[in-house]
Design a protein around this ligand. Structure first.
Ligand code: CMP
Length: 172
């Protein structure tokens, strides 16, 4: 099976509770390897842009308030069938309904404070990874932004385009 990438986020509730490293352990145990990691805090405007697809829904204001309420961690995960594998690991959106052993059941509280986010399609992996990481940063890590939203053959990553180039700051 081809190696795939997905974009994961540890949300402010889980970061605040100190669950980040337990969540990363569960990712690794599921065969999902973090290959790019950033800890940051979203502004309200950035949260609105990230979740723009939900604009106008009744939970949009609460969602963007929550997502800008504290630090988050964004990760690019690599693994076989990574998008579906990580969504299975996360569990149902509502932590109260998530199956035992899933990240949302173990570390979240309800549908609003549900500990983690994961991309739902290759197109959104590319968009969401590009939100948190510049093309240069990904290239330095041996990742190709154009390959991130598509299944890539299970080969070693290509060398950085500009070895030794300084990392660029976050785009947001
Ligand atoms: P996430 O996977 O990050 O994508 C959109 C988020 O909206 C979702 O997780 C939930 O945390 C949040 N949300 C808040 N209220 C609702 C709701 N009523 N239905 C669906 N998602 C909700």
């Amino acid at each position: 099976m081809a190696i795939e990438y997905t974009l994961a986020m540890v949300k402010p509730d889980a970061v605040g509770k100190g669950s980040t490293w337990h969540i990363i352990q569960d990712m690794a145990s599921s065969g999902l390897k973090p290959v790019a990691v950033r800890m940051t805090r979203l502004s309200k405007e950035q949260a609105k842009i990230f979740y723009a697809v939900h604009t106008g829904k009744k939970f949009f204001e609460g969602l963007t308030d929550f997502m800008s309420s504290g630090p988050i961690m964004a990760l690019v995960l690599e693994g076989e069938n990574a998008i579906h594998k990580y969504r299975d690991l996360m569990g149902a959106t509502d932590s109260k309904k998530a199956a035992p052993g899933t990240l949302r059941q173990k570390f979240g509280t309800d549908v609003s404070q549900n500990a983690v986010h994961g991309s739902d399609s290759p197109e959104n992996v590319r968009r969401e990874a590009g939100f948190f990481f510049s093309g240069t940063e990904l290239a330095i890590l041996g990742l190709n932004i154009d390959a991130i939203g598509a299944s890539a053959p299970a080969t070693a990553p290509t060398a950085p385009a500009a070895p030794g180039a300084p990392a660029t700051p976050a785009k947001h």
